[in-house]
Write a protein that binds this ligand. Structure first.
Ligand code: F6R
Length: 240
């Protein structure tokens, strides 16, 4: 694993943007795998600013997102589709038809999971996957469990995750209890992965990664098996 230790969130976001832009510069129709949550917001702000300044071109870029809440429509302010449009897609020169997320409002959610897995596979999986990490070690919404799921699937969110994500909702009751998420196999198909970690509450998760063991109770540890992972970690998240 390559490690880029950063002073703070701003530096981490800038370094991440450089990597994303380098991938797109080399391959303008690259498939970028994106995450939501607080961690990549700075990255997306950098991409938007660089695109506006003419330093990055996303006109041919294709995107696939890790996950989406079940039950939230695309226009719900807490849906991940809304987040991606609001934080990134509306501010760059991307063709919206090339942006893909699972549909959390699908009538048949397992069928939607299977459809999304096929869609991502047909695109050849991500050239670059951006990941954040939950303080419990989850990636996407692959939660700690006694086993890891390979493909895109419907998952129950843990109480921990519902608690952590309730900061975006009026109350914890409003946080959806299920999500559609890429599986560990879908993520591991990415040709290159960058993992972003910022803040003291990510220190334990990064410590489990540094243990070198693959433990389904901390799904991020599976990244120890991938051949091209770069961890961008700020001082507060640094566990050593
Ligand atoms: C969301 C996702 C999650 C987040 C994780 C960290 O698409 O994939 O795994 O990356 O929950 O969230 P933040 O960045 O809000 O701490």
């Amino acid at each position: 694993m390559k490690i880029i230790r950063c002073k703070n969130y701003e530096e981490m976001s800038r370094e991440a943007a450089k990597i994303v832009e380098a991938v797109v510069a080399l391959k303008n129709d690259a498939v970028l795998g994106f995450a939501t949550g607080s961690t990549p917001e700075g990255l997306y702000a950098n991409l938007a600013a660089d695109c506006k300044a003419g330093k990055a071109d996303f006109s041919k870029t294709i995107t696939v997102n890790l996950d989406e809440y079940c039950g939230l429509a695309a226009d719900h302010p807490q849906s991940y589709r809304y987040f991606m449009n609001d934080k990134l897609f509306n501010h760059i020169n991307i063709d919206m038809n090339n942006t893909h997320l699972p549909n959390g409002k699908a009538a048949d959610l397992p069928a939607e999971a299977a459809r999304y897995e096929k869609e991502v596979a047909a695109l050849g999986y991500a050239d670059l996957q951006v990941l954040g990490v939950g303080h419990n070690g989850h990636i996407g919404f692959n939660e700690p469990d006694s086993f890891l799921v390979q493909d895109t699937h419907v998952t129950d969110l843990t109480e921990d995750t519902i608690d952590a994500n309730s900061r975006f909702f009026e109350s914890a009751n409003e946080v959806p209890k299920q999500a559609l998420t890429m599986g560990i196999g879908t993520i591991m198909h990415a040709k290159k992965i960058i993992l972003l970690a910022s803040g003291a509450n990510k220190r334990d998760a990064i410590a489990t990664l540094f243990n070198g063991k693959v433990d389904p109770m901390s799904p991020v540890t599976v990244l120890n098996l991938h051949h091209d992972v770069t961890l961008l970690c700020d001082d507060e998240a640094w566990p050593l």
